[in-house]
Design a protein around this ligand. Structure first.
Ligand SMILES: Nc1ncnc2c1ncn2[C@@H]1O[C@H](COP(=O)(O)OP(=O)(O)O)[C@@H](O)[C@H]1O
Ligand SMILES: CC(=O)OP(=O)(O)O
Ligand SMILES: [Mg+2]
Length: 257
């Protein structure tokens, strides 16, 4: 039976070598220890859709923010990924629902050597017990955090925003400037409070949000005098999988006949 796999890393494959290199010894980098990046199917869809909605912006320097349970950002130039926040695994970069995002790797070493954590316990801590859930002690779900009166919930939201803006700022550095931001996935598509808070921390890059458009869920949520166009585009990873599958099947049929 024919089986088809669509890799979530594929879109980032053309990243410059410098953006995919980890500063590890050659013996490890030669064996594939590098930054791969994830949410590639989502970013590929965003790049395609942006080309339809705003072809001029699609040619420019765009920061795409996939904020769901897993959260990452992608720096795109002309619709091509040039840098992204996830790396060898989907653990790096932004703070997420239950994952830490970037933390000092020394914490991992210390937990194992000084605190007696097993490798499995560390894995569970980093992937499933941290992030919004770990910091709030309430929930990994952004809606539940907004609804909670617990000050730790507010602290988790603040840290999520700070982490996102910090990662965004690094990608703006890779892009050497910024023409547009695209928000997508569960939080990015539906949460005007988080979008506004991240954009406020990116005012230094020329981002000016239209509060009314942001709250009403418009497609374009930046002000007309903003240097940076901010859009919300619902992602569709399943459509990309269907498209790749259909293209492959057509190719298969073409080579059969
Ligand atoms: N209306 C909403 N307002 C705020 N957050 C939302 C809303 N709808 C979904 N979310 C948040 O989106 C996140 C899930 O995103 P989603 O893209 O569905 O995740 P997954 O990575 O599992 O596909 C959760 O934190 C959820 O609270
Ligand atoms: C790659 C990744 O984090 O996926 P998800 O957002 O589905 O957790
Ligand atoms: Mg998802």
């Amino acid at each position: 039976m024919l089986q088809i796999a669509c890799f979530d890393t594929g879109f980032h494959h053309a990243m410059p070598a410098i953006a995919s290199h980890l500063a590890l010894p050659r013996t490890l980098s030669d064996r594939g220890f590098r930054r791969y990046g994830f949410h590639g199917l989502s970013y590929e869809y965003i790049a395609l859709r942006l080309r339809e909605l705003d072809p001029i912006l699609a040619q420019g320097r765009v920061l795409a923010a996939h904020l769901g349970n897993g959260a990452s950002m992608c720096a795109m130039r002309g619709g091509v990924s040039i840098d992204t926040t996830m790396g060898f695994t989907a653990l790096d970069g932004l703070m997420m629902g239950t994952r830490t995002g970037s933390i000092d790797p020394g914490v991992v070493v210390h937990l194992q050597l000084q605190e007696g954590f097993s490798a499995g316990e560390v894995e569970s801590l980093l992937y499933r017990q941290s992030g919004l859930l770990g910091v709030s002690g309430v929930s990994s779900d952004m809606r539940a955090l907004h609804a909670s009166a617990d000050p730790h919930a507010a602290e988790a939201i603040e840290l999520f925003v700070w982490s996102a803006a910090r990662q965004a700022s690094a990608l703006i550095g890779s892009l050497e400037g910024l023409d547009g931001i695209i928000f997508t996935a569960g939080i990015g598509e539906n949460d005007p409070i988080i979008r506004a808070a991240i954009c406020a921390r990116l005012a230094w890059a020329g981002v000016r949000l239209d509060e009314g458009a942001n709250v009403s869920g418009a497609d374009v949520i930046s002000r007309s005098d903003s240097d940076v166009t901010v859009r919300v585009i619902p992602t569709d990873e399943e459509r990309m999988i269907a498209m790749h599958t259909s293209n492959l099947l057509e190719h298969e049929q073409g080579t059969d006949s």
